[in-house]
Design a protein around this ligand. Structure first.
Ligand code: SF4
Length: 227
């Protein structure tokens, strides 16, 4: 079966099952970007609590958050975990926008996706998944976001082998799908839904999963347990 057909079929199954995901949960591009850093290594519930702390005191703007000390910022974002490290990462990101772009986030986000990506990846603590999430969900530019769920689902269905890295998986999607930010937005959100609800790390819940049977694979092994 060809890859283009498989990826389209995967999208269609997920979309029919879950319906619209309406991502990213965030009211402004700045909130989306802060959320993208806070969500590293934690679940979204914890990010929501950290963001609520900032909102409660009217701090969810670049100017207000940049004015906080590292310690104050860490305290506000404590519910998101790794709060000292994340406070440092946020401050590195703010420094880029304040120092190079004179605090003008809109102008920063207007750049072509390749330049945006280059600048974001130059910030200590921002890796490919975080940078691409910001480009897709805050800037609205068509770049495919890859995460652990994407790797897991594709490899369990033998669309890729385990050795595929971030870039190779991203290329697989961009080479085989129309370059469309709305499609990329929804597709990544649907993969996350499927990963959370069904394609769990140690024991996938294949019965009832909308991807059961994709590429001729109902369940990766008889017991549904992946070693
Ligand atoms: S059918 Fe099983 S292996 Fe495939 S995505 Fe669903 S849970 Fe994962």
């Amino acid at each position: 079966m060809n890859t283009r057909y498989l990826l389209q079929s995967m999208y269609d199954r997920l979309s029919a099952f879950f319906g619209p995901c309406n991502w990213w949960p965030g009211e402004t591009p700045f909130e989306v970007m802060v959320g993208a850093i806070l969500t590293q290594n934690t679940n979204w519930k914890n990010v929501e609590r950290a963001i609520a702390n900032l909102k409660k005191d009217g701090l969810l703007t670049l100017a207000a958050m940049s004015a906080l000390s590292r310690e104050q910022l860490a305290e506000y974002i404590r519910p998101a975990g790794y709060y000292n490290i994340k406070a440092e990462r946020l401050r590195n990101f703010f420094a880029l926008i304040n120092e190079k772009w004179d605090g003008d986030l809109d102008r920063f986000l207007c750049q072509p996706a390749t330049l945006l990506r280059e600048e974001l990846l130059s910030v200590k603590g921002i890796g490919p998944e975080t940078a691409d999430s910001m480009i897709l969900y805050a800037a609205g530019k068509p770049i495919f976001v890859v995460d652990a769920y994407t790797h897991r689902i594709l490899s369990r269905h033998e669309i890729i082998d385990e050795s595929y890295d971030y870039h190779m998986i991203q290329e697989l999607f961009t080479d085989n799908l129309e370059e469309d930010s709305a499609l990329f937005n929804e597709y990544h959100a649907l993969i996350v839904q499927a990963g959370k609800e069904f394609c769990k790390k140690t024991r996938p819940v294949c019965a009832g999963c909308p991807l059961s049977g994709l590429n001729g694979i109902d369940c990766p092994d008889q017991d549904g347990i992946i070693m």
